[in-house]
Design a protein around this ligand. Structure first.
Ligand code: DQA
Length: 146
């Protein structure tokens, strides 16, 4: 049994009411339920967290080192700005998948740049919250491969 951490960045606590035409009407609780069901089906433990603070995300990634087997992360706006989150993920050592609910490449040009994508095992975007399930499937497969 593996441990998969699912980390969520700023404003994702407002899912469901935040720009629903872009992010849909499902809440972060719905995302958590989807991820928990997926991890249970695959036989994995899960830690699911959200923070509006960059430092919390960096600390959680550091804490995952040596404890978690893989990470699924939606860094939200920090995707486009954070060298600190990139550095923490580079030091993690295991597979991580970057996920975005919306298709960031079909949006404003500042969202086309990610500080993480080139070191991620995979990047999923534009699939809605279903993308979290695909990300967990991918991380699980990579963990099994070793
Ligand atoms: O907050 C978010 C959410 C997002 O990561 C997504 O899931 O589509 C896309 C980001 O550009 C944005 O800042």
């Amino acid at each position: 049994m593996a441990l998969i951490c699912v980390f969520n960045g700023p404003n994702l606590n407002m899912l469901g009411t935040r720009e629903p035409e872009i992010y849909g009407r499902e809440t972060l609780k719905d995302v958590e339920t989807l991820c928990a069901d997926k991890c249970r089906t695959l036989g994995h433990d899960m830690r699911f967290t959200q923070s509006n603070s960059e430092g919390d995300l960096v600390t959680w990634i550091q804490e995952a080192r040596g404890k978690a087997d893989g990470i699924v992360i939606n860094p939200a706006a920090y995707t486009h700005t954070s060298v600190a989150i990139r550095d923490a993920l580079a030091a993690f050592g295991g597979p991580f998948v970057e996920i975005h609910i919306s298709n960031v490449h079909a949006r404003e040009s500042f969202r086309h740049k990610s500080y993480l994508s080139d070191i991620a095992s995979a990047v999923i975007c534009g699939c809605g919250i279903a993308g979290y399930g695909y990300a967990i499937d991918t991380v699980s497969r990579l963990i099994a491969k070793g």
